[in-house]
Design a protein around this ligand. Sequence first.
Ligand SMILES: Nc1ncnc2c1ncn2[C@@H]1O[C@H](COP(=O)(O)OP(=O)(O)OP(=O)(O)O)[C@@H](O)[C@H]1O
Length: 222
Amino acid sequence: MTSAQHLLADEVTVGYGRQVVLDSVTLRIDRGETVGLRGPSGSGKSTLVRVLALLHRPDRGRVSIDGTPVDAARYSVPVAVRTRVAALFQSPRAAADPRLSITDLIAEPLRATRTPEPVVRERVAELADLVGLTPDLRGRRPHAVSDGQLQRACLARALVHGPDYLLCDEATAMLDASTQAHVAAVISDYQRTQRAGVLVITHDQTLMDRWADRIVDLSGLV
Ligand SMILES: Nc1ncnc2c1ncn2[C@@H]1O[C@H](COP(=O)(O)OP(=O)(O)OP(=O)(O)O)[C@@H](O)[C@H]1O
């Protein structure tokens, strides 16, 4: 019997105060596929991403990774499990610590899991190359690079542990056309070569149609 290879939100319910945002929603992302998630503004797409990324614990229901249920929030989950899932959000400035250099930003998740420093340096250089960050940019801090360059760094950081699942929440929305195309291409290549499962949220219907293997509508997931 082959083991399950999917990231699953299973009958997940989330409310903020009295507002129920997700009501028993089930969504499955298989390894090797790109799922597009759409739904009206405010329908809970970002909330579902935070639940799947183990950043928000649902009120009911659960997330499972490759068939193993995850019942705790991110930092109570063992490293080997939580590093299987990474997320990339719309605003790199909100996600990046302004005190860190681009290199340290990418390295942060590796250092947090006590990776030996020579391995950190090698992996950061490899990923910075992959996302197109030239060496002159790597010592700069976030205020000294563009949004597009910072989002490339956030993508490198998201990939640094080699996640099996990557969640992209409007990750290319703030980027100019050429950076958007490059970031999307890096994610697609990663998805193919690592057989990763990818979730994409974008308001750009053309990009969604091109990128996703299948598209699910959040309003149809209850
Ligand atoms: N931390 C929070 N506290 C209170 N309410 C929240 C919080 N986060 C989201 N909400 C509310 O939950 C609802 C769903 O928000 P969410 O961002 O998940 O939707 P979305 O589908 O991603 O929207 P959009 O397409 O506009 O980004 C909205 O009404 C929002 O105001």
